[in-house]
Write a protein that binds this ligand. Structure first.
Ligand SMILES: [Zn+2]
Length: 217
């Protein structure tokens, strides 16, 4: 799952206004932000396989440190610890950011093929395989995102014109990006290029979310 992960960011923000939306955007993609460098370093493995599913062109071969259920819990615990005692030092903010980190695994579960290990690469692997149906994947991600956008808009107030329309326009852009992501041609088989594209979109989207969120109160 790609843009659908941001549904968790927007929904969690509507429950805890003190959490930064920019941080929540990074938190939901945190394990993917680790995954791409881990692949380049040889710690985890993926192979570029054209049309591996109807909507993806890679086989996720080995990723116990970022995409196992156990890893999701441990990274979430680390996020809780950091935001409880080091950065924001607020228990409720720390819980929301930890939930955002953990949500990645839950949101990946319906779309991935069975490549999400429970605790290690030798453990059972889960994934309901919705990626094999690109239209269904798109509808699921769009539905989650629109529902979360509605929750976010209901729970915050626009301070400026950018605040009034900005987040809806941004979500529309994310939905457009996801069309080319799910239905577009494969990006090629360069893993560094794939990593740069993914990481730059994660950080760019987080920066936009951070900026737009400041226009609402
Ligand atoms: Zn992932």
């Amino acid at each position: 799952m790609f843009v659908g992960h941001y549904a968790a960011s927007l929904a969690l923000k509507s429950f805890e206004k003190r959490a930064s939306l920019g941080i929540l955007f990074l938190a939901v993609q945190f394990v993917d932000i680790l995954f791409f460098p881990f692949v380049l370093l040889g710690i985890e493995r993926m192979n570029v396989v054209e049309n591996f599913t109807q909507s993806t062109h890679f086989e996720l071969e080995y990723m116990p440190y970022t995409h196992s259920l156990l890893a999701g819990v441990l990274w979430a615990a680390l996020a809780y610890t950091l935001f409880r005692w080091v950065f924001v030092k607020n228990g409720s903010v720390a819980i929301v950011i930890a939930l955002a980190v953990f949500s990645h695994w839950l949101f990946d579960l319906p779309v991935h093929t069975p490549d999400l290990p429970l605790w290690s690469d030798a453990s059972p692997k889960l994934g309901f395989g919705l990626w094999n149906n690109a239209v269904a994947t798109y509808i699921l991600e769009a539905g989650l995102l629109l529902l979360a956008l509605w929750m976010y808009l209901r729970s915050t107030k626009a301070a400026t014109a950018a605040g009034k329309y900005g987040m809806s326009v941004f979500v529309a852009v994310l939905l457009l990006v996801n069309i080319s992501n799910l239905f577009g041609a494969p990006m090629g088989d360069s893993k560094p290029a794939l990593a740069i594209a993914a990481l730059s979109s994660y950080f760019l989207f987080a920066a936009v979310a951070f900026w737009l969120d400041r226009k609402r109160s």
